[in-house]
Write a protein that binds this ligand. Structure first.
Ligand code: M5T
Ligand code: MG
Length: 606
């Protein structure tokens, strides 16, 4: 995005004039933290500093040498030595600038490498609740755009700032030595240029900020139109879509034009001031020379210096803007780094090698937002090796039970016990290894079928993958795919049907061969015939394991040892299927309702 944002190249160094400036909240603190990140690169930075000093020295010395040479020639002395020295100086200048670039690229990229990996590590360690409340696109932009911004801006600006710092001080000293009155004149024009630059960039900054905002909106529209294109077409909204796009597009054109015109003003104006300065200095020094106060050589040196003196000021005003934007980006990155990670295991956390698989929810209360409980005082027990089904209307909190068991979230009060101990006492990694999970929203990866089932585990034998796929009822359709088990399935399995995706994720869970299996609507996308087959195979294979099944279809839960009926986050009733049928409560009503509607559908089809 930053690339599209760059206004046309100006002749003032590499700065991007008028780029929207987002003011950092705590400039000092952020700079300190950025400085901490340069640890390990300090030696390189030292070299860079040295190189900058040499580069500015050569910039500063050359006009002085030229002046001396001019004076020498003016007074009839040969100046060959001086000219050779000058050539050597230019050569050094070139070499030093090359080395500067080399060091800065190496240092800058290494720092960025470090920031990017730290950020990625952090994202992995953050609890799921962190991602619930944030836009994923925005987080991704921090990982890429903000980091990019820091890299380009700081690496560009840092060398420039170092060099300019030395240059300004050096030139000022020399100019003062050469002539105080001329320095005063030069200073006035520099001051004018600085003021002008500041005023104009303030204005263009706003315009470019506006431009970026519109561009963001435009990007969003394009993204939405592409991802939702089937819906756009299905609802016949193409005309509206185009209209919205055209509107933003036209506004972008308008604002971008304005911004560029304004930023284009600056260069000619500073040139005029610079030239005026040149004329005034030339006239005044001419008069001074006529009175014999200064030499001709001094005039030529001074004129060159006064030109060199004004350049850094224009650039610095510009660099400072970019710098602010980069620091603001760094702040957004540090914000993520400061987030609380998933709580680490207690030092005395227990290993979990061969669990029996007894699960108990004991007075569990939990809400994704603490003030809005989703589960309220939920208690039930799943004896080791049994099959428990959880049923209940949509939104009752069934999936939430799984989120708590796998410790994606932790309970607010009460506790969940595994083999009689609170989940939080076990090592998190061991705990998660205990569960084979099929989630309600199947999550697959853009790899081959084989890699999805083995989930990237290269050691798994092909026969075991086949066997798992067979049990999940997936083998036959997989073999019909163009490359069989090696067919890539597209992002999140986009090339498969819903039921095919589900069967692959069941195979994946089976292959894990975990002692406890959690199935959340695992066969909900299958037709009744296939579902019955897969469920039959599953119950044979999972015999002896602890299984928690969540299902809407009553026939899938009828074979369970124990049924828990959830209603609005509370356990409404529980017991064996027979007990609940006899009781004539919610469960019985659900069973009857479904067999009724099944009957009704059958009749309707006849
Ligand atoms: C129960 C809310 C959801 C609902 C309640 C997963 C999730 C759920 N909720 C959140 O606020 N954040 C979340 O990340 O919790 O949701 P559930 O447990 O997913 O319900 P379910 O599985 O019984 O429903 P369903 O439709 O899958 O049968 O109020 O808003
Ligand atoms: Mg659910």
């Amino acid at each position: 995005m930053s690339k599209e944002m760059a206004p046309p190249p100006s002749s003032f160094g590499k700065g991007q004039r008028g780029k929207p400036v987002v003011k950092p909240k705590d400039m000092k603190g952020t700079l300190r933290r950025l400085w901490e990140l340069t640890q390990g690169q300090r030696q390189g930075l030292g070299w860079l500093m040295l190189l900058s000093a040499v580069a500015s020295a050569s910039t500063i010395l050359s006009p002085l040498l030229i002046g001396t040479a001019v004076t020498a020639i003016d007074t009839g002395n040969p100046a060959l030595q001086l000219l050779i020295l000058l050539a050597a100086l230019y050569l050094t200048d070139w070499l030093v600038r090359f080395l500067q670039q080399f060091f800065m690229a190496a240092i800058g990229q290494r720092i960025i490498l470090h920031i990017r990996s730290t950020l990625f590590e952090k994202m992995k360690a953050l609890p799921l609740s962190f991602f619930d409340s944030r836009q994923h696109g925005e987080l991704m932009s921090r990982l890429t755009n903000d980091v990019d911004n820091i890299s380009t801006t700081i690496s560009d600006s840092l060398t420039q700032l170092m060099t300019y710092g030395f240059t300004i001080i050096g030139i000022l000293c020399i100019m003062l030595r050469l002539s105080l009155p001329l320095t005063c004149i030069a200073f006035i024009s520099v001051w004018l240029i600085f003021l002008l630059t500041r005023t104009i960039t303030k204005h263009t900054r706003k315009l470019f900020a506006q431009q970026q905002q519109i561009l963001g909106k435009l990007n969003g529209q394009v993204e939405e139109s592409i991802s939702g294109l089937n819906m756009v077409k299905a609802f016949g909204r193409e005309a509206e879509m185009t209209e919205q796009f055209e509107e933003s597009n036209a506004r972008l054109c308008q604002v971008a034009t304005k911004a560029q015109i304004w930023s284009g003003f600056l260069m000619p104006l500073t040139n005029v001031i610079n030239n005026l300065n040149f004329v005034i200095v030339a006239v005044v020094s001419g008069i001074l020379a006529a009175y014999g106060r200064i030499s001709v050589g001094l005039i030529s040196s001074f004129l060159l210096y006064s030109r060199q003196f004004s350049r850094p000021f224009v650039d610095i005003a510009n660099i400072y803007n970019n710098f602010q934007t980069a620091v603001a980006g760094a702040e957004r990155i540090f914000e993520i780094l400061e987030e609380e990670p998933e709580p680490a295991d207690a030092p005395d956390a227990l290993p979990l090698t061969a669990p029996r698989g007894e699960v108990e929810f004991s007075h569990v209360t939990f809400g994704y937002q603490a003030q809005e409980p989703v589960l309220k005082d939920v208690s039930f027990r799943v004896p080791a090796g049994t099959r428990v089904a959880v049923v209940g209307s949509t939104g009752a909190g069934k999936t939430t039970l799984i989120n708590l068991l796998t410790r994606f979230y932790d309970v607010n009060s009460g506790s969940i016990l595994l083999d009689g101990r609170d989940l939080r006492q076990y090592r998190l990694q061991d705990l998660r290894r205990t569960f084979g999970v099929v989630l309600q929203d199947t999550a697959l990866f853009g790899m081959s079928v084989r890699d999805n089932i083995s989930y990237g585990n290269k050691d798994v034998l092909p026969e075991r993958i086949r066997a798992a796929a067979k049990t999940a009822g997936a083998d036959s359709f997989i073999r019909r795919l163009p490359q069989g088990y090696d067919t890539p399935i597209g992002e999140n399995g986009a090339k498969l049907s819903g039921g095919e995706r589900q069967r692959i994720s069941i195979a994946r869970a089976l292959l894990k061969n975990a002692p406890i299996v959690l199935l959340d609507e695992a066969t909900a996308s299958l037709d009744v015939e296939n579902e019955t087959k897969v469920q039959g195979a599953l119950s044979r294979l999972l015999a002896g394991k602890t299984v928690l099944v969540i299902a809407h279809r009553m026939r899938t839960v009828a074979g369970a040892d124990h049924i828990v009926v959830l209603e609005n986050g509370r356990v409404a009733e529980q017991g064996t299927p027979a007990e609940l049928m006899e009781k004539g409560g919610l469960y019985r009503r659900m069973v009857e309702l479904q067999s009724h509607s099944a009957q009704w559908q059958l009749n309707g089809n006849e």
